[in-house]
Design a protein around this ligand. Sequence first.
Ligand SMILES: Cc1ncc(C[n+]2csc(CCOP(=O)(O)OP(=O)(O)O)c2C)c(N)n1
Length: 663
Amino acid sequence: MSEIHIKRALLCLEKMLLCRETDRKQALVSKQNKGGNFHLCNDGHELIGVLSALHLRPKKDFALCYYRDRGFPIGLGADIVQLMGAHLARDTKEHSAGRMMPEHFCSKELRLICQSSVVGSQLLQAAGVAKSCKLKKTDEVVYVSIGEGGTSQGDFHEALNFAALHKLPVLFVVQDNGYAISVPREEQTAGNNIANIAKGYEGLTVFDIDGTDFIEVDTTLKTAIPLLQKGPVFIRARVLRLGAHSSSDNQFKYRTQEQLDEATKKDPIVKLEKLLIENGITLKEIEELKEKIRNQVDLASKEAQKIPHPDPATVQDHLFAPYNPKNTLKEEVSVQEKIVMIDAINNALKEEMQQDPSIIVFGQDVAGEKGGVFGATRELTHLFGKERCFNTPLAESTIIGVAIGMSMTGYHKPVVEVQFADYLWTGINQLFNELSSMYYRSNGMFSCPVTIRTPCGGYIQGGPYHSQNIEGFLAHCPGLKIAVPTTAKDAKALLKAAIQDPNPTIILEHKGLYRQRHVSATREPKKDELLPFGIAQKLHHGEKLTVVSYQMMSVMALDIIQKHSLDVDLIDLRTCVPYDIEMIKESVKKTGKLLLLQEAAKEHGFMAEIAARLSEELFEYLDAPIKRMGAKECPVPYSKILENAALPQPQEIEEAILKLLRY
Ligand SMILES: Cc1ncc(C[n+]2csc(CCOP(=O)(O)OP(=O)(O)O)c2C)c(N)n1
């Protein structure tokens, strides 16, 4: 070995020992009731993570490393006190400040992107980070690691496909220890080797190596990292898990002592020590290094125990990043020239893309002449280029996962289209478990300025998979803002506010209103008109009854109220999260009666929340029971006759309004 090689090997050993010693210390303190009682063993995994970090550029390249890859942050130079503090769920500066279980590494300074506990979801986000770097034309690369069990997730294949398709600088590292908790590799992966499967993705360079061998790992990384400028690289590193899966696991239920002893013989630390001794380093030098590391970790552990526990008063902090724009949307004035909702949305996208080059639009069919199946993104590729409006593979998890990653570099604001709200479900993990909670999980360190637009709603004979209304599900997801515009002007001004918002936002666009002319078509707001979320509007003023609704229900209710000149306050919510509870309360105090209208099935719907809240907070003001109306409890069928039977109809709404007025 050359002198420089020995120097790197020594540094690598030092970092691996640091990793091993933190492991030992963490296992100990997790039994001492000091704030954290969960421990994940890293022993046997250290080499690939540490050495990858030593080959990359700290604070320049990005990384998303999984929970059994502590070697990577330690290799980068992460503060051991912060790591030990995170282990004890203390109010640390990095790694979530007690919001996440230990080993969910997160540091803006080190460009360690905040991790969730969902195995596999980091891979698409890594592809998104890399896409952002590539669009920005930097030479930054992205490291992402995962266990072999996690490669069974669909997101793994979506990520390899997207990275290979876009030739992205992602280094995928699978740390294959042969077990996913208790499940052995042969029950996990067809052919028993994930590297062979990865070879099927054209454009992906694949290595299959012994992850316990310093020379093999070092040589591979030296070859692999320069290749990243041309496209993604995949390394399957065969490693060892020299302990149980976690402190909650009894490994001897699925593994014998003999098997463990056999694995221990290949311990990468022992092997590296041997290599160094063969190359002139003395045993004494290694013993001194170990002693130094023990003292360092001892001290770090004591320091970590001085970090305070989180303050319970902060439990709801960092749900949303601050954003308080002024309401600059002007009142509706009667004008001859009206715009329909779909055109207003298209213009909002054009205006925002014009004024902010960081906005990138993508989704299925959104690019080129097609410009979306409803035409919302038409002309965007022509006006702003293929890099700023492009098609994605037919994979919703890809759309949302990539958007998350792109938004986290700070270089870009993705505004994505999910073709129908009904298909958001194949991306729901990225939305529900990842996007919405990123700001909270990272204790305000990483925000995700992602806007998702998606057409929803029925009355168009779209059948069960082109008619869903999903606001009730989404509203149950803390950290996500949701708009449900009824008119063109609101859709435009809300979309513009959403794009400028540093938080994740979702615009549910009712496709039955895209081209509807008599209520939804309005004057077009000017470029600078914005409508912040949480401000409802009255479509009709009255004294005897409050009706609260949105989208198609608002249109139907307004028609009925106008037809009979009824004395009704009609509140159009515009947004579900946040929703304008004050306007509703003020109206109900005046009218004493409340009808809640939603197109989604009545049971377990969004309006149930408003009904419950009003009965808790305004019971004394009510002169009649709160009435809810919605669709029947079944999917929305295709036949027009059945669709009409399922969805709320004007006649039923009329009867409900008149009955409540008479009550
Ligand atoms: C999507 C998902 N399903 C289940 C779990 C529970 N879980 C946590 S770790 C783990 C095993 C993962 O094994 P592997 O990917 O091989 O990594 P290793 O733990 O062996 O390093 C499981 C099933 C999870 N975190 N995420």
